[in-house]
Design a protein around this ligand. Structure first.
Ligand SMILES: C[S@@+](CC[C@H](N)C(=O)[O-])C[C@H]1O[C@@H](n2cnc3c(N)ncnc32)[C@H](O)[C@@H]1O
Length: 307
């Protein structure tokens, strides 16, 4: 049986059985599609996201006119079309099923956003995601886990990821919401700050050399700061997009205990400001660190491949 006919049968099954969009149902649908001789190359059956959930996904990702939204497995194109029509964004929809791509293009023309959105028949696993500022997903738990290392490899720090119904395993969501019985998960891609960073502390006599060593998994990190001969742990490491901050509880590098470091990560550099324990920051207290690139490792724990 051809892919298109099977797609219609799936839609029919959903309507007749009133099947929910919960994970088990998607699995069941995929099994049934295969049992019907359906599209073997599809990793997820077609089940559209309800409009109320689409709105929530776009709200959580705070989509605006400056975004480029990728929907991986775009179905009838509703997520990128809504992003373009209601928020002025540009969008790219990817689907393996030619019938879905045909529908998406027609829907984009009807919604008068065909100039802002592109639909491509392509395997989501082979899609280059580097230009995306927002990625939307309604896949399956197993597929989310399979593409997770790809997200960490290709997406820029600060890119927002939203998933309908399914989480990302150990990569805990930054925020979640429930709408009309569906879960929405939201993440901001964290910068990779793993490895060894060095700088000379401004203001300290002769300029004391500082070495920051960070171990990172997803958006969580811990580590130590060595200044001269003294080593201190860092705590409350926060990584959101390209922003990193942490507190050092012991005096280090001429700074008092409780000093907070904030910075912006750009590849192998961090530029930032140092805040005194009382919260003030004074001119000349900036820090500028460089990382030895060979010390950075993957921050997705399931990723066995080198960076
Ligand atoms: C659950 S539907 C989600 C549709 C749409 N994103 C939405 O939320 O309304 C999953 C879609 O993924 C597509 N799909 C399945 N495997 C795929 C793959 N390997 N590459 C690209 N698309 C795929 C299916 O054809 C289907 O349209």
């Amino acid at each position: 049986m051809g892919k298109i006919r099977t797609g219609r049968l799936i839609a029919l099954l959903i309507m007749c059985a009133g099947i929910s969009t919960a994970g088990v149902s998607l699995h069941g649908l995929l099994e049934r599609a295969h049992a019907l001789g359906g599209p073997d190359d599809l990793d997820v059956p077609y089940v559209p996201t309800p409009e109320s959930v689409v709105e929530k996904m776009l709200d959580m990702a705070a989509v605006t006119g400056s975004d480029l939204v990728y929907d991986l497995g775009c179905g009838d194109g509703r997520i990128v079309i809504a992003a373009a029509k209601e928020r002025g964004a540009h969008g790219v929809g990817i689907d393996l099923d030619p019938e879905r791509i045909r529908e998406s293009k027609e829907n984009a023309r009807e919604a008068r956003v065909a100039d802002r959105v592109t639909f491509v028949r392509q395997d989501l696993y082979n899609t280059d995601l580097r230009d995306a500022t927002v990625v939307t997903l309604y896949l399956l738990p197993s597929v989310n886990l399979e593409i997770r290392p790809k997200l960490f490899k290709e997406l820029k720090p600060g890119t927002r990821v939203v998933s309908h119904d399914f989480d990302m395993g150990e990569w805990t969501a930054d925020r979640t919401a429930e709408v009309d019985g569906s879960m929405v998960y939201f993440w901001v891609m964290p910068a990779n700050v793993s490895g060894t960073w060095e700088w000379t502390m401004p203001g300290s006599a002769g300029g004391e050399r500082c070495v920051l060593r960070l171990d990172q998994e997803f958006q969580n990190a811990r580590g130590t700061l060595t200044a001269g001969s003294s080593e201190a742990s860092v705590r409350d490491v926060r990584i959101s997009g390209d922003q990193v901050s942490f507190t050092v509880d012991e005096a280090a590098g001429g700074k008092a205990a409780g000093t907070r470091y904030e910075g912006r990560v750009n590849g192998n550099t961090i530029e930032g400001v140092i805040h005194n324990p009382d919260g003030s920051s004074s001119a000349g207290r900036d820090w500028s660190a460089r990382r030895d690139p060979s010390t950075a490792v993957s921050i997705d724990s399931s990723d066995e491949l080198p960076l």
